[in-house]
Design a protein around this ligand. Sequence first.
Ligand code: COA
Length: 254
Amino acid sequence: MPETVTITREDGVATITVDRPDSLNALNVATLEALDRTLDETEDVRALVLTGAGENAFVAGADISYMKELSVEEAMAYAELGHRVCDRIATHDAPAIAAVNGYAFGGGCELALACDLRVASENAVLGQTEIDLGIVPGWGGTQRLSRLVGDAAARRMVFLGERLDAESAAEIGLVGEVVPQEELDSVVDEMAHQLAAKPRFALAAAKEALNQVHESHQSAGLAYERRLWSGLFGTADQREGMEAFVEKRDPDFE
Ligand code: COA
């Protein structure tokens, strides 16, 4: 099977690319496991960049074709894997930048949320779109999103499943900045190299301390989220929402 995650390293900066462009870089189990393995190779790096292969997508989410028939137990295992990867990025000693180069929906938006900083290209579109599949964000989104953009904006995104263009995402603080598509790589590369040049232990301590602001309540919230998310598998709306996506039609919810 072709490797669906690639890594390049230069001057202490590791760039990890989800490389499954035919599925708009959707994160199936193999790709999440590849991301997990790839993170093993980044212990010594000083800055991480995450991005997606191709012109159109950062990561279009968890893999809907895979998810649509999952049982509650299987969904829990998938949630745990997604959480594991996101948590490893969020707690990595090195700061992580999401170079959001296109669609970042559902699990893709959550992958970006797990990073410390988000830079979007003008063509990026972001959203927690799970509601239209009959589920809710399950890889940290319910917890990390509201901490970043505030409760009201998070509720709006999660309840309505809105797809925000890059400028709208910047207005609510979901991305830190928006740059022309052709400049994204160089802007992120420069930022990553600036971070890599900072004192490593101070940066790690700064990240740990900033993470601590939310930590005491967040772990309980994440466990809660996993239970809620997995419990939706098997509901008629989950089956219908995902079936409709795969069959390229509008869902007919109960
Ligand atoms: N899971 C699995 N496959 C996905 C996917 C996902 N999350 N997102 C896109 N794909 C696949 C499509 O099924 C399609 O595969 P096919 O060529 O075998 O039919 C391919 O990627 C291209 O997607 P397509 O929908 O044809 O491209 P588009 O440009 O018309 O639309 C999106 C792009 C991103 C707007 C649309 O694919 C979409 O809405 N995806 C789902 C996003 C989502 O809800 N993600 C949250 C999941 S938790």
